[in-house]
Design a protein around this ligand. Sequence first.
Ligand code: NAD
Ligand code: TYD
Length: 353
Amino acid sequence: MNFERKIIITGGAGFIGSHVVRRFVNLFPNYKIINLDALTYAGNLENLTDIEASANYFFEKVDITDLEAVREAFKKHDVDSVIHLAAESHVDRSILNPLAFIQTNIVGTVNLLQAAKESWIEITPNHRFYHVSTDEVYGSLGDDGFFIETTPYDPKSPYSASKASSDHIVRAYGHTFKLPVVLSNCSNNYGPNQFPEKLIPLFISNIVNNKALPVYGRGSNVRDWLYVEDHAKAIDEIFHNGVLQETYNIGGENEWSNIDLIKSLCKIMDSKLNHSVGSSEKLISYVTDRAGHDFRYAIDCTKIKKELGWKPDTDFESGLEKTIDWYLSNQEWVNNILSGAYEHYYEEQYGNR
Ligand code: NAD
Ligand code: TYD
């Protein structure tokens, strides 16, 4: 088949990547979508069983730290675009093991840029290298203020520092080699298929299993939450209509302190599980704070709203409910993860707090 575009989506077996792959495979049958993923602990092809038989979907098990393997994939599929999501993505793991973050997030990104630079000799309008990043690169806010696209970078964790490095390198390839790059920095995502080490799916799973809910510090840290499909929609918009060399901030305009969010989650869980009111909240356990814990993230997403007409479709109440329903009806997906290596991680992360 003669595809109009041939797009590598890295990290397509992960949380956000799987929603982006599904959206592109279903909405653009004339695009060849190549999901390039190493299938680390966070990658799970079960996330994509509904689209895996589609004629425009291809999977390549490739580690982006392996430059030769990345080059091969570019050649094999005659790739003209990249949407780069593959990363080590969990702050707590970056505190336990920073080196993996340097390898995948920095070296892996350079390898993709280098393979694109080598194979895109004459740049056409179809060529595009889209780097998906996080608001955590801007550092930590106090009670007031918002991150805008020109906020100076001030990353504080090994995770955010590795993502900040990758953003700088992407911009450097854009500037120096005229690679057609575009970037976005998004706030915290939630929704189906998120690995249950992150706050919302971890707490849903712990409530189901009647386990303690480990709230770091006093639970006063603030995050802005966006439903994952709204992020996938923004990525689609930026990929197609974003201006080259530009950066777009993406956010939900939906700030919550951790403890308020957790208490709301507990209430919905009590009603879904037919537990007496207040029983999930009793599982809350205040534990030692995360080292270097960023206090607050908040995004000003005026630019993407004004210039690309994007806005989130899902309000937090219905998004949270959809997310909880998905986890409750996909217990097998969760149980497949909550064993072996995950148990070891859980013990290391929470055992001595
Ligand atoms: P995730 O951890 O759920 O998935 C990461 C995926 O990348 C997995 O499928 C994994 O197998 C793959 N991967 C990891 N190392 C790899 C390697 N060396 N080679 C090839 N594949 C590899 O992550 P996520 O939460 O879906 O995040 C995706 C991207 O979005 C990341 O770049 C992250 O920084 C960014 N982001 C995430 C959030 C969020 O709230 N989750 C918010 C803003 C930005
Ligand atoms: P997380 O989902 O890890 O995302 P990020 O650190 O990238 O924002 O955590 C969200 C917030 O929840 C963050 O302030 C840390 C806090 N948190 C807890 O209090 N307990 C936990 O067990 C986890 C995983 C997170």
